[in-house]
Unconditional design. Structure first.
Length: 76
């Protein structure tokens, strides 16, 4: 939650998406992570990533291929 605090988002509502193989296998771990997140950022909307990171990367690449001018805004 250091990042949320440094970005001035601690008291703002924002989505926070959990991704990775460790999530979704243990209710206890997921609940613990959620509680830690909410304790540091009360209005964070925690959810699990619904598609693989590879799908997200492919979507960004496709978007950038359509509009190369946006490449500089995505670190490409």
């Amino acid at each position: 939650m250091i990042v949320a605090r440094r970005l001035g988002m601690k008291d703002q509502e924002f989505p926070l998406v959990k991704s990775g193989g460790v999530f979704g296998h243990s209710r206890m771990l997921d609940a613990l992570v959620d509680s830690v997140v909410v304790s540091g950022a009360l209005r964070a909307k925690v959810s699990k990533l619904e598609v693989s990171p590879a799908v997200g990367a492919a979507r960004i690449a496709a978007r950038l291929a359509e509009s190369p001018a946006q490449a500089s805004t995505h670190g490409a």
